[in-house]
Write a protein that binds this ligand. Structure first.
Ligand code: CP
Length: 359
């Protein structure tokens, strides 16, 4: 991040005030989110019990693009933290009558909303919302165009970290991201997250028309042959062809794409032993991955990724709206354990610490 232009998602103390992208976020902050997510996932009754942390807060899901996983897990996460949740049906809202994004934001803000979860087809939409949000109102990017999908990257890192062994060390990890890299916000966010967490090698594998020019600048190795790209990797993240973002024809056919870039039984042999097969979803069976691998192979972590979405999104919302950050703790003078502010993991079901207004 440019020193002259501070990261708009962090406050003056480096705490998270919005989540717009993982690019530029410090490693310690990513680790803190993953640790908090772990505490929510591990809390007794985490799948069912409500925690009181966001009682009295209002979260609006504002999705201008379709979603199954992200919208639903954000809703579940907010409800498990006791927030009031509104799902605005954009097609049935006044945006369909010509209301601008800005006017929609201001209208909803006037109702006392604390946090907007925004998905939009335009890259930069979440930054736009954050730039215009009232002080104290937070924006969480649920996917903007081809740009970023930060909570997907965080849940992907969470899923990988669970399989890294006791040291949870990314430094020996070789990962490949395969498919429509050009149109993928998940690819960009995963690359930034893997780099920040110190992955040894990040490969991107795609046919030339679906590979962004200059992507090597992100610190990745480029492959145009799937077999070579898969050789010895411990993680493979598959991506679908994002036809809704394609302008014109990029490939002769999906059958040809499957032949050259689809994950098949034979190609599984190339992966390292115990490799993880991942996909952000939705999958297109028989295109980027065979259906029986996606939902039948023991190496597939696709449904685990979905499950982890709830805990990771709880962690992010808690850090933005609810609980003090480790940064707060680290800046406190030493205190007795009883007097120290609570970390997310220690007492996930306990009453919330009062939220500090910090914006
Ligand atoms: N991974 C993901 O963003 O899926 P949805 O489009 O279903 O939210």
């Amino acid at each position: 991040m440019n020193a002259a232009r501070p990261d708009p998602q962090l406050d003056a103390h480096g705490r998270l005030r919005h989540l717009l992208t993982v690019e530029g976020l410090p490693r310690e902050l990513l680790i803190e989110i993953l640790d908090r997510a772990e505490s929510y996932a591990a809390a007794p009754g985490a799948r069912r019990e409500k925690l009181p942390l966001l009682h009295g807060k209002t979260v609006v899901n504002l999705f201008f693009e379709p979603s199954t996983r992200t919208r639903t897990t954000f809703e579940l996460a907010a409800k498990r933290l006791s927030a009031d949740v509104i799902n605005l049906h954009v097609n049935a809202s006044s945006t369909s009558k010509g209301e601008t994004l800005l006017d929609t934001l201001k209208t909803l803000e006037a109702m006392g909303v604390d946090l907007f979860v925004v998905r939009h087809e335009a890259s930069g939409a979440a930054h736009f919302f954050a730039a215009h949000a009232a002080p104290g109102v937070a924006i969480l990017n649920a996917g903007d165009g081809c740009h970023a999908h930060p909570t997907q990257a965080l849940l992907d890192m969470y899923t990988i970290r669970r399989h890294l062994g006791p040291r949870r060390d990314f430094s020996q990890l070789k990962a490949a991201i395969v498919g429509d890299i050009l149109h993928s916000r998940v690819a960009r966010s995963d690359i930034h997250a893997l780099r920040t967490l110190g992955a040894r090698e990040i490969r991107v594998v795609a046919p030339r028309p679906l590979m962004p020019a200059g992507i090597e600048a992100l610190g990745v190795r480029v492959f145009h042959q799937l077999d070579a790209g898969l050789d010895g990797v411990e993680v493979v993240i598959l991506l679908r062809l994002q036809k809704e973002r394609m302008v014109g024809a990029f490939l002769p056919s999906t059958a040809e794409f499957h032949r050259d870039f689809g994950l098949t039984r034979e190609r599984l042999e190339r992966l390292a032993p115990g490799a993880l097969i991942m996909h952000p979803g939705p999958i297109n069976r028989g295109v980027e991955i065979e259906g029986d691998i996606a939902y039948g192979d023991p190496r597939s972590r696709i449904l685990e990724q979905v499950e982890h979405g709830v805990a990771v999104r709880m962690a992010v919302m808690a850090m933005i709206l609810g609980e003090p950050s480790r940064l707060d703790e680290d800046s406190q003078p030493a205190a007795t354990p009883a007097a120290r502010p609570r970390r997310a993991g220690r007492a996930a079901g306990a009453p919330a610490a009062p939220r500090r207004r910090r914006r």
